[in-house]
Structure formats: C-alpha cells, structure tokens
Design a protein around this ligand. Structure first.
Ligand code: SF4
Length: 267
C-alpha cells in the first residue's frame, strides 16, 4: 500500500532520509513520538540563549549578558515537555546546566557578538521547487561589513572530521538556496559554528553549489516518492542506531515496522 508523502523537506529531513530511510518513515510519515535526549535538549537551550543574546543591543552582548540570557532560556524551558521528559535528577540537572554554560562560554572564543549585525533570528523560510516544498529555519541571518548576507548555523554537538565537513555544510547550503529564492540574493558566506571545540566551518555558496543543492534535493525527493509509492523504507544500521527512538519497530533489532502502522491507525 502506498504511504502518504511528507508535506515538505528540510535539511534535517534530508539528512534523516540519507542516514536511514526507515527511521525517516517512522519520524516523518508515521509521526511516531521520539524520546527526548539531553544532547538535543541542551542544543535547543543554547540556541534560545544565543537568540536572546542577539535581541540585545550590540554593545551589551557580553559574556555576563549571554549567561543572563541562558538563565532566561532555562527558566522558559523549565516547564517544557521536552525538558521534563528527560526526567533529570539533581546531579544530572546540574551537569546539564554546566554543559550548556560551557557551550556559551566557548562561543565567545569563536566570534565577538558585538560586531555581528543580525537581520533575522530563527528565520523561517520556504519555497516551492516543482511539486516540492522546501522549508528551513535559519539560526541567524546577518550582514557582513560589505553588506553581503551571511547564514550562521550553531551546532552544539561534536565537530565533524575533515572528511565530513562538506556533507555537514549541506544543511547551510540548503539555507543559502532558500535565501536566494526567497530574498533574491545569494549569501556571500555560510558558516557552521561548532560551539564545543570551538570551530567555525565556513564556505562561500556559488551558482554551481546552488545548482548542485537543487539537483541533490530533487533526487532525494524522487527517492522519497518512490519509497512511499512502494512502501519500501529500508533500515540502514549504523552507530546512529544507538540514539534511535524506533528500535522497538526496527527489524534490525527484531522489531516489526507493521506495529508502527497499527499504532498510527489506532491513534
Ligand atoms: S534502529 Fe537503526 S536501522 Fe533501525 S530505524 Fe533506527 S536508525 Fe534505522
């Protein structure tokens, strides 16, 4: 039986389909709930703290202000279901807070936020390409000294090895493509800020890289359409399985994907 198509593609959905088609199906078509993880929730917290920091006037974007923004973000998150779902005890909670603070302190070794000129924070953009809707949320869009657009994406996880840098830039190339289509200007720079090391990975989008992005994304969409038409989403075991919420339904772990469909029908 053919499965319904997802309504859109985003950088995270593209990455998810490439990592494991079956996990993509469980998340984006069956819409099974995923267990919250401390790492992902810490990332959400730090993103919010940096968003609040860039709402402040440029000269006041100091480390003490950033730590106050982190406190505000933690207060906002205290009642959030994602955070409550972690069920942290006092020790784990203190570790969670200390690690988030460490990322904020580390961020200040990457750039001086008083010199950044943001024009969009958590900016939602979408564009239609043929029958496909592309969507993305840009962490920070700013102007450089020459008036060029810069797309910045914060990363709270581990910095990729040199071999994987280009593939990790795929998400920000996607954002650059959205900017070009929606705002009519191709960004002059895209950058991933890995907060934990800290390391910045920077690239300049070109007409060729934008064409390549469009071709790769269209090819992935065709693969998703085929998989939906044939109900053929295959598991792709990898180290990512250790963090996958869907092991109970995955044949790799003795599960039955049909149970996921039953849950969806019952829900
Ligand atoms: S457990 Fe691994 S193979 Fe199975 S769905 Fe999850 S990521 Fe894919």
């Amino acid at each position: 039986m053919a499965l319904p198509l997802p309504t859109s593609l985003s950088p995270s959905k593209v990455a998810s389909f490439k990592d494991c088609a079956l996990a993509f199906r469980f998340s984006n078509i069956d819409r099974l709930p995923e267990s919250p993880s401390p790492a992902a929730t810490r990332g959400t917290l730090v993103h919010r703290a940096l968003e609040l920091l860039f709402c402040e006037p440029a000269p006041t974007r100091t480390l003490p202000t950033a730590l106050a923004c982190l406190d505000q973000a933690r207060a906002e998150m205290a009642t959030d279901s994602e955070f409550l779902g972690l069920d942290l005890d006092a020790e784990a909670s203190a570790r969670f807070a200390a690690e988030a603070e460490g990322l904020i302190r580390s961020y200040f070794r990457l750039e001086d936020p008083t010199t950044v000129h943001p024009i969009g924070l958590e900016l939602r953009l979408q564009v239609e390409v043929g029958s496909l809707m592309l969507r993305g949320i840009i962490d920070r869009l700013e102007l450089d000294a020459d008036g060029g657009l810069v797309v910045t994406d914060y990363k709270s996880g581990r910095t990729p090895g040199v071999m994987h840098e280009q593939s990790r830039l795929g998400g920000v190339h996607f954002y650059a493509f959205l900017c070009e289509r929606v705002l009519g200007r191709r960004p002059s720079r895209i950058q991933l800020l890995y907060l934990s090391e800290p390391v910045a990975i920077v690239a300049a989008p070109s007409a060729q890289s934008m064409r390549g992005l469009e071709q790769r994304t269209t090819a992935i969409w065709k693969a998703v359409e085929r998989a939906c038409a044939n109900d053929d989403f295959r598991p792709r075991p990898s180290p990512l399985c250790n963090w996958c919420s869907f092991q109970d339904y995955c044949p790799t772990f003795g599960g039955d994907p049909g149970r996921a469909r039953e849950l969806v029908s019952a829900g």
